[in-house]
Design a protein around this ligand. Structure first.
Ligand SMILES: NC(=O)c1ccc[n+]([C@@H]2O[C@H](COP(=O)([O-])OP(=O)(O)OC[C@H]3O[C@@H](n4cnc5c(N)ncnc54)[C@H](OP(=O)(O)O)[C@@H]3O)[C@@H](O)[C@H]2O)c1
Length: 304
């Protein structure tokens, strides 16, 4: 059973693996409320209680789809922690007037988007709201005012950010009434920036856990025709037996979770069998040399 852990000193508790919904409308075969309901039940059986979504997913259609699914089973929402994000606006069928894609993290925009997310998902609070990307045109006081208001009004239980660098995080955090609880960043064997750019260190200093998006490199890690993935697959084939037959994806999630900032990987599969298989990764404790061997395989060279 996957454990739940506090994501920050006074933050909510989330499951160590999180179910991601970016792609849930991409595959017609699984884009039904019944199928999503099956996956959510599977998640709960595995101990995955946290679901990650965003206003923009499915070009603004995913949250509504989640709402339709939750409506099918009263009580289901109370068994889940719902994370959503806002702040990215692109031209789409609902907004043909938009001339370009832009970020907006002004207070009024955050409030409006959150109220829309609540309405579309048919819920009365969001467990964690993230500013999806830093908006270069909005000051920290303004963004913090929106998040602080949403917290005060009980519309969100916690606030965080996504894709912020350490300086942007520090600045916004300094203006918050209640500290930010996470930074959701891209982190995988194919994208290791959080190890080097200070994100992992900042999270450790603050005692918060990052959320790791695209833990399989948007699927590229599973494609062994790509050179880095081929090297990782070869190393995983060697290591698998030592870790009770662990597969490439399981070792890749375990590699992320081994980082001392204790990242929570966000699982992106629409397939039930792949979802079930992820659970094993939470029990894998990679030995130091195996972790570095995977780093080496991913990079194609040894440590500096
Ligand atoms: N904050 C942000 O800016 C941001 C950005 C991107 C994503 N996210 C979050 O992170 C979540 C995960 O991102 P992601 O979907 O890119 O994750 P990912 O796990 O890196 O990639 C998922 C892709 O890999 C495929 N896949 C998964 N397991 C596989 C396996 N065992 N063998 C072969 N292919 C496999 C999936 O296809 P199948 O469905 O066919 O298995 C899917 O196409 C998203 O749902 C979203 O919640 C956040």
């Amino acid at each position: 059973m996957i454990q739940r852990v506090p994501i920050a000193p006074n933050g909510p508790s989330f499951s160590k693996l999180i179910y991601g919904t970016w792609r849930i409308l991409d595959d017609a075969a699984t884009a039904t409320a019944e199928d999503l309901l099956r996956r959510l039940h599977q998640c709960l059986d595995l101990g995955i209680t946290t679901v990650d979504t965003a206003e923009i997913y499915g070009l603004y259609k995913v949250e509504e789809f989640i709402g339709e699914t939750l409506k099918k089973e009263p009580g289901l929402r109370d068994k889940l922690e719902i994370v959503t994000k806002c702040g990215i606006y692109v031209p789409c069928e609902f907004h043909p007037e938009r001339r370009t894609a832009f970020y907006n993290a002004e207070a009024s925009r955050l409030v409006k988007s959150t109220e829309k997310s609540l309405r579309l998902m048919g819920i009365d609070h969001i467990d964690l709201l993230l500013v999806h990307r830093p908006d270069w045109l909005t000051g920290a006081d303004e963004t913090a005012a929106g998040l602080n208001k949403l917290l005060k009004d009980g519309k969100i239980r916690a606030a965080g950010v996504s894709n912020y660098n350490v300086h942007q995080f520090e600045l916004l955090n300094s203006r918050m009434d209640q500290p930010l609880v996470t930074n959701q960043v891209e982190f995988s064997l194919l994208h290791m920036d959080p190890i080097y750019d200070g994100t992992g260190d900042q999270c450790q200093r603050l005692g918060i856990k990052p959320m790791a998006w695209s833990p399989l490199g948007k699927g590229a890690l599973m494609d062994s025709t790509q050179p880095a993935s081929a090297r990782i697959h070869a190393k995983c084939a060697e290591l698998g037996a030592k870790y009770d037959g662990a597969t490439v994806d399981q070792l890749a999630y375990a590699w992320i979770m081994a980082h001392p900032s204790q990242p929570l990987p966000i699982i992106g599969t629409n397939k039930l069998d792949r979802l079930i298989a992820t659970a094993k990764s939470a029990g894998i404790r990679l030995e130091r040399e195996d972790w570095y061997a995977l780093w080496t395989a991913a990079k194609g060279h040894g440590i500096p």
